[in-house]
Design a protein around this ligand. Structure first.
Ligand code: AMP
Ligand code: MG
Length: 408
């Protein structure tokens, strides 16, 4: 692995890009190949399994972009024209009678023989019902031509597209009642740690509430995954083995905690015994230790347990891994450059993802960036990226990744 930043200090840390590339390779090697056909209303959050090709022209016929009058410019001499028909949206017009105009409304098919629509604001209806056109008109004006948006045979959505309201609408406009989507990824969520108890129970001495579990379970649902909530795993080897063994029909076991250096790492031991284990030390903060391997044949990713570390490593590494397993191509989260609204005097040897906000166009950061502080992320609108080896003064550019983009 290429060291980043100052040699010596960082030589043993894996750069974020390298870790992501490796995870995406692993994901591409075990794609979810099953698919299912779902009614359009149920595809939200899912991934399209095959290209969507248009079987229609859109619009299917030329239609009016305005409420007004359709006419043939050759008939317009300056004299008023009689109205020979009225065309509402949803009607099939007669061909235009020469020497006349047609009253027409937005979305209505333009009668054959008409080559322009004049908006009603530029037309004067005479006492005898004929219409005088006041402004100069041009051929094609206010007509949405057939196939303007889409023509038959065009690729509309590529396999691997994530489906949301817009894609559902586009599919509906083409007449699709349902779509073939990739089967949901089944993810088992395990929270490890003897200190953890679930909200609703009394806290004993030394105990804390399990927050990672609900963070991951809801986030995974937002990503279109099927979540198997596997509860809390005590720091104990025998139980770890048994519980992992019970999770054989999932596509990923996602655990948190128990990967800190020096700790008795029961997940790691179990993976070494009955699978494979790689312990990555990442140039990322919060984060750093990441377990990647499998138990028997089930892939396992172990995230660090500190809530902000869990959040950042899930957002930047696990999320793209899970999307790639579903065949998603476009994985880059939105990131834009903004001036920092803070100083960063001490260069770090890991890439930092500070929980921050935009205020008057500048990124500001939460006062406490400890990896244990989930509140920093609740306060934040995004992750502020400070590259390894960098110092900053206010006004220097930083990357800003909106949380809204990562959460969906
Ligand atoms: P670990 O990676 O197990 O050493 O955990 C690192 C820190 O994160 C410790 O302070 C843990 O108590 C805390 N932690 C681990 N798992 C969770 C969890 N599910 N919810 C909240 N905090 C956790
Ligand atoms: Mg622990």
């Amino acid at each position: 692995m290429n060291p980043v930043g100052k040699p010596g200090k960082t030589a043993s840390l894996m750069p974020v890009e390298a870790a992501l590339a490796r995870l995406l390779e692993l994901a591409a090697a075990s794609p979810i190949s099953e698919r299912e056909y779902l009614p359009l209303a149920e595809v939200q959050g899912r991934v399209l399994a095959e290209d969507l090709i248009s079987t229609l022209d859109l619009p299917p016929w030329p239609n009016s972009a305005m409420d007004g009058y359709a006419l043939n410019l050759a008939d317009w001499t300056g004299a008023p024209l009689p109205v020979s028909q009225k065309v509402f949206a949803g009607q099939a017009p007669e061909p235009l009678q020469r020497g006349t105009c047609a009253r027409i409304f937005t979305g209505a098919p333009v009668p054959a023989g008409a080559d322009c629509v004049e908006m009603q604001e530029n037309a004067e209806v005479q006492a005898d019902g004929r219409v005088r056109f006041i402004e100069t008109m041009a051929a094609g004006q206010n007509i949405r031509p057939q196939g303007q948006e889409t023509t038959v045979g065009e690729l509309i959505l590529e396999a691997g597209t994530r489906l949301g309201p817009i894609e559902q609408g586009l599919s509906a406009s083409l007449g699709c009642a349902g779509l073939n989507v990739v089967r949901k990824v089944r993810v088992a969520v395990l929270s490890t740690g003897d200190e953890l108890v679930e909200p609703g129970q009394a806290l004993g001495p030394g105990q804390i509430y399990n927050s990672n579990r609900v963070v991951l379970c809801s986030w995974l649902q937002r990503l279109g995954c099927e979540v198997i909530d596997a509860g809390i795993l005590p720091d104990d080897l025998a139980t770890t083995r048994t519980r992992l063994g019970e999770l054989q029909d999932v596509d990923l076991i996602l655990s948190t905690g128990g990967v800190s250096v020096g700790e008795a790492d029961f997940l790691g031991i179990a993976l070494r015994e009955e699978g494979e284990l790689a312990l990555w030390k990442l140039a990322i903060k919060p984060g750093k230790p990441l377990t990647v391997g499998h138990f028997r044949n089930v892939p396992v990713i172990g995230l660090p347990g500190n809530p902000a570390s869990t959040l950042v490593t899930f957002a930047l590494l696990t999320r793209p891994y899970l999307l790639r397993r579903q065949g998603v191509k476009d994985l880059e989260p939105l990131k834009f450059k903004v001036p920092a609204g803070f100083d960063w005097p001490q260069a770090g040897n890991r890439r930092e993802y500070l929980r921050g906000r935009l205020e008057q166009g500048r990124a500001i950061i939460y006062r406490n960036q400890s990896s244990g502080v989930l509140r920093s992320a609740a306060w934040a609108d995004g992750l502020v990226e400070v590259l390894e080896g960098r110092t900053l003064v206010a006004g220097d550019e930083v990357g800003f990744i909106p949380m809204s983009d990562l959460l969906g």
